[in-house]
Design a protein around this ligand. Structure first.
Ligand code: HEC
Ligand code: HEC
Length: 270
C-alpha cells in the first residue's frame, strides 16, 4: 500500500489497469470500512454507555488506533501517521484542520466533526503524552547526490531562493519545537512526500499565516523528494521529545511567520 501515500486522496480506487493496484485498493477499502465501523462504534454515546470496559480516554481512543496503529504509533505502511509523542497543540490544530476543512480525509472529518474543542484537546494531549520507541529508519533508495541536496535544505536551507533551513523551525534535533511544531524524524518518506505535495497543491493547509505553504512554494518537487528522502533515512536522537524553543536564528536568516498557538487563533475558522 505504499503507493497510496503519494497519491492524491481523490484518486483512491480510480487507478486504471494493473491488478496488483486493484487488489491493494480493494484491501485498503476493506480496512477502511472495518476501521470506520470500529471507530463509529467506539465513539457513539450509546456504545460508550453500553461498553463493559472502563470508560477511559485510552479505551475511547481505540476509535483512532484502528487506523493509527496501537497507541498511535502509526499504521504499518506510511499512510496512517504516527500520533504518539507529537506536540499536543500540533495534534489539536490538525484535528481542527480536518474538522474545519483545511485538511481533507473524509473518514477523519466525520470522526472529529461531532466532537467539542475540549474533547479534541483531551485526545491530542492523550496521544502527545505517549512516549513510544520509533521504528529504525529504512536505508535510503535514492542516489547520494539527492541525499546531499536534502541534507543541505534541511540543515541550511537555500538563501538564494529564500528557503529557510527546516531546522530553524522544526528544531536543531528535528524532533519538533513546543508548543505546536511537529518533528520531522521517524516519519516514512511516503508520508513526508505526500504531506509536502499536499501543501503544494493546496490539499493541506494550516491556519493563516500558513508558513509551510510559503516554504513549500519555494521548493521544487525534486527538493521535496530530496528533503523527504534524507529525513526518512535519519536515526532519531536519544532524546526524541520536542525542544522547548527554536534555535537562535543565524545572521541574515530568512524568517517566515507561522500561525500562533494562542487559543483564540486555534479556534479561528478558515
Ligand atoms: C479510517 C482511518 C482513520 C481513523 C479511524 C482515524 N484517522 Fe486520523 N488520520 C487518518 C489518515 C489517513 C490521516 C492522514 C491524512 C492526510 O494525509 O492528511 C490521518 C491524520 C490524522 C492526524 C494528523 C497527524 C499529523 O501528524 O499531521 C491526526 C492528529 C489524527 N489523524 C488523529 C486522529 C484521531 C484523534 C482519531 C480518532 C478520533 C483518528 N485520527 C481516527 C486516518 C484515520
Ligand atoms: C517558518 C517555520 C517552518 C519552516 C522553515 C519549515 N517548517 Fe515545516 N512546519 C512548520 C509548522 C508550524 C508546521 C505545522 C503546520 C500546521 O500546524 O499546519 C510544519 C509542518 C510540517 C510537516 C508536517 C508534519 C506532519 O507530521 O504531518 C512537514 C512534513 C514539514 N513541516 C516539513 C518541513 C520541511 C521539509 C522543511 C524545510 C524544507 C520545513 N518543514 C520548514 C514550520 C516550518
Amino acid at each position: 500500500m505504499l503507493w497510496a501515500a503519494s497519491k492524491p486522496r481523490t484518486s483512491m480506487g480510480h487507478d486504471p489497469g494493473m491488478p496488483m493496484i486493484f487488489a491493494a485498493t480493494f484491501f485498503s477499502r476493506l480496512r477502511l470500512l472495518a476501521a470506520t465501523a470500529l471507530a463509529w462504534a467506539a465513539l457513539t454515546p450509546a456504545a460508550m454507555a453500553a461498553a463493559p470496559f472502563e470508560d477511559t480516554i485510552a479505551q475511547r481512543s481505540m476509535a483512532c488506533t484502528a487506523c493509527h496503529g496501537a497507541q498511535g504509533r502509526a499504521g504499518p505502511d506510511g499512510y496512517y501517521p504516527r500520533l504518539a509523542g507529537k506536540p499536543a497543540a500540533y495534534l489539536y490544530k490538525q484535528l481542527l484542520n480536518f474538522r474545519d476543512g483545511r485538511r481533507h480525509y473524509g473518514l477523519m472529518t466525520q470522526l472529529v466533526e461531532p466532537l467539542s474543542d475540549a474533547y479534541l484537546m483531551e485526545i491530542a494531549q492523550y496521544f502527545s503524552g505517549l512516549q513510544l520507541p520509533y521504528p529504525a529508519p529504512l536505508p535510503p533508495t535514492v542516489p547520494a547526490g539527492v541525499l546531499r541536496q536534502g541534507r543541505q535544505l534541511v540543515l541550511q536551507g537555500d538563501a538564494a531562493r529564500r528557503v529557510p533551513a527546516c531546522v530553524s523551525c522544526h528544531g536543531q534535533g528535528m524532533t519538533g519545537v513546543l508548543p505546536d511544531t511537529p518533528g520531522l524524524l521517524g516519519l516514512p518518506r511516503d508520508y513526508l512526500n505526500a504531506q509536502l505535495g499536499a501543501w503544494k497543491t493546496g490539499q493541506r493547509r494550516g491556519q493563516a499565516p500558513d508558513c509551510m505553504k510559503e516554504v513549500v512554494d519555494r521548493l521544487s518537487l525534486d527538493d521535496i523528494n530530496a528533503a523527504a528522502s534524507w529525513l526518512a533515512a535519519q536515526p532519531l536522537p536519544a532524546n526524541t521529545r520536542p525542544a522547548a524553543s527554536r534555535p537562535a536564528p543565524a545572521a541574515g536568516a530568512v524568517a517566515i511567520p507561522c500561525a500562533g498557538a494562542a487559543p483564540s487563533a486555534l479556534k479561528a475558522k478558515p
